[in-house]
Structures are given as C-alpha cells and as structure tokens.
Design a protein around this ligand. Structure first.
Ligand code: ADP
Ligand code: NI
Length: 220
C-alpha cells in the first residue's frame, strides 16, 4: 500500500516539475528523495513520512510563485487527501514542507521530527558539492546574475526578506549559504556526506579565485 502511494506521488511530482530549469527540477527532487531514503534507513526513521515529504518538499516553491509559500502546502495537502493518507501523517508532512527552507544565515529553521531533519539534510546536501555548484550557477543564470564581481562582497543575511531580495553574484552565494550548510546538518549520516562535499567546494573556490587573479596579474 505504502509503495503504491509513493509511486503515485513520484509520478505526480515528476509531471509537475518536469523541465523546471531553475534548480527545482524533477531530478533535484529525485536526488533529495533517494538521499532521504538512505539517511532514513541509517537513522531508523519512518520511511513513508520521509519519502512523501521529500517528494513533495518543492512542489510549488515560493521563489516561483510571487512569494506565496502557501500554494505548495495547499497542493501537497490536496494530493495527500486524494490518496486517503491518514490525517496525522498529512499534518506531519505539511509541517515538514513548511519548515524546511534555508531563510538566511541569521534565521533559524529547526525541524521538529527526525523525518523533517532528514529531508532538510537531504535538501541541503543537494545544494553543496559538485551538484550544488552546478545548481548555484544554473540558478544565477536563470536570474541573470553575474558569476563573480570582485567589487561586491558577500553579506550574511540576517532576515528572510534580506536573503530573498539578495541579487549578488553567484560566488557570493557560497559564502552566504553553501559553505554554512555543513555545520547545519541535523543527522550524523548527512554530516559525513557533507564534509566531503564541503571540501570539494572549497577546492573549487580556491581554484576559481586563483584563475581570476591570474587575469589581474597580466600587464597590458
Ligand atoms: P532548496 O531547494 O534547497 O530549498 P533554494 O530554493 O534555496 O533551495 O534554491 C534552489 C537552488 O538554487 C539551490 O541549489 C540554491 O543553492 C540555489 N540558489 C538559491 N539562491 C541562490 C542565489 N542567490 N545564487 C545562486 N544560487 C542560489
Ligand atoms: Ni529542494
């Protein structure tokens, strides 16, 4: 029964997010889903709640709906009700989707249950490492942002509004969010994966800035 609900939800989300090009495409959800299962098995969490929350976590992200966060919650709830998922389980999943996002360096987004912690970890793992780097530049391109600008320094956003309205170059996003994620992991399993991905981002940034400086050193 559970596996049928999960399969139907997989198809539903896939049809909604297919072709999304801003970093919330189906394959992002797919990776978050698979990583969530891996972590949930290691941490002995509920697999139905974890998987449904992972699959539905980005169903209608606020960034793409004029700031209205509630649309995603509404779509997810309606879908789960249609599948006759138990009321308590629906509430739990909706709570996770509501709490999950990174909202700026100074804004705490604590998760209340192990299943929530796992989906948040899996979502954050997908924002770091080689895939995270790819996603950041894809998002920056989608928003028409500069890749790097040595005159614009990163800032630590202390409010959700500040974070959301930030239009800085993509490299700044590493300092404003991506390099902070390793220390925000909830579970030991995710922390271990994050360490490795974090190191790779540091190497990437060293190399990026090194190549950038090579241009500065060329005399005209
Ligand atoms: P999530 O799916 O983790 O909730 P977000 O909605 O915050 O992620 O962002 C989607 C993707 O776009 C992530 O990989 C994130 O790092 C990236 N991203 C978000 N904001 C920016 C930004 N200002 N510059 C570059 N990349 C960004
Ligand atoms: Ni996500």
């Amino acid at each position: 029964m559970d596996s049928k609900i999960i399969r139907q939800t997989e198809k539903f989300v896939q049809s909604k997010l297919q072709g999304e090009s801003s970093g919330h495409d189906w394959w992002h959800v797919y990776r978050v889903w698979k990583n969530s299962v891996y972590i949930a098995e290691e941490e002995n969490a509920d697999l139905l709640v974890t998987q449904l929350a992972a699959l539905l976590h980005d169903i209608a992200d606020w960034k793409f709906h004029g700031g209205n966060e509630n649309i995603g919650l509404h779509v997810a709830r309606e879908w789960l009700e249609k599948l006759n998922v138990e009321k308590d389980i629906i509430s739990h999943i909706i709570e996770i989707i509501k709490d999950i996002s990174f909202k700026g360096a100074g804004v705490k987004t604590p998760m209340k249950t192990i299943e929530g912690m796992i989906v948040q970890d899996a979502d954050r793992l997908d924002a770091i490492g080689a895939i995270g780097i790819g996603r950041a530049f894809a998002y920056g391109g989608y928003k028409g942002r500069e890749m790097y600008n040595p005159d614009i320094k990163p800032v630590m956003h202390e409010s959700f509004k500040q974070y959301k309205n930030n239009k800085g170059p993509t490299i700044n996003h590493f300092y404003e969010k991506l390099l902070l994620l390793k220390d925000l992991m909830n579970t030991e399993t995710a922390r271990e994966i994050a360490e490795n991905r974090h190191k790779f981002m540091e190497q990437f940034l060293d190399r990026f800035l090194e190549e950038w400086e090579e241009h500065d050193n060329i005399e005209k």
